[in-house]
Design a protein around this ligand. Sequence first.
Ligand code: ZN
Length: 232
Amino acid sequence: MTNDSALVLFSGGQDSATCLAWALERFAQVETIGFDYGQRHVVELEVRQDFLGWIGAHAAWGARLGADHVLKLDALGAISETSLTRDVAIQMETGGLPNTFVPGRNLLFVTFAAALAFRRGLRHIVTGVCETDYSGYPDCRDDTLKALQVALNLGMDRRFVVHTPLMWRDKAATWRLAEELGGAALVEAVRARTHSCYLGDRTPRDWGAGCGHCPACELRARGWHEYAGTDA
Ligand code: ZN
């Protein structure tokens, strides 16, 4: 573990929850940031408080967990034409991107996180973006995040390090990482206390909670069954 401090982009989903545990294993002080941009699955913002409460009570990690910050990004909702913030069905668009795509969303999230990290004196920025499951989101690519790190360090005259521990892991490997970090207790906390479903559905499933048929639920269920060695 280092004496450094980190800011984790924590949405309340499986990936960012696992990243939070990853950061708490590595850094002496860890703060979190979430974004409220009028997403339909606002339940994610409620679930994230539940997970933060769980990890704040963790014997080893609780003492390293610092402030949580929630930024309202209404402008993002205003410019998006997607099914996350409008009442339309999720579907694939021509060009291969799902209509859940908010252009450049992760660029904005990481940039706002860096501005907050600057203010708070935090050096490391951790995000759960993943090229393996990225559904064609170009702002989740490894090259995008590396370029953004260079741009942020030039533009803010800092030496931020942007960490993407899940970049080359699929969802099953992300469950295995949670097990390595925190054993069965962390796996169960991530399973029960995080949210992925695009529709904000909290119907209990063996892999967590959700509608069971949106792209996020399908991805999560597939990863869980692969990890657990069970059939869908
Ligand atoms: Zn769903």
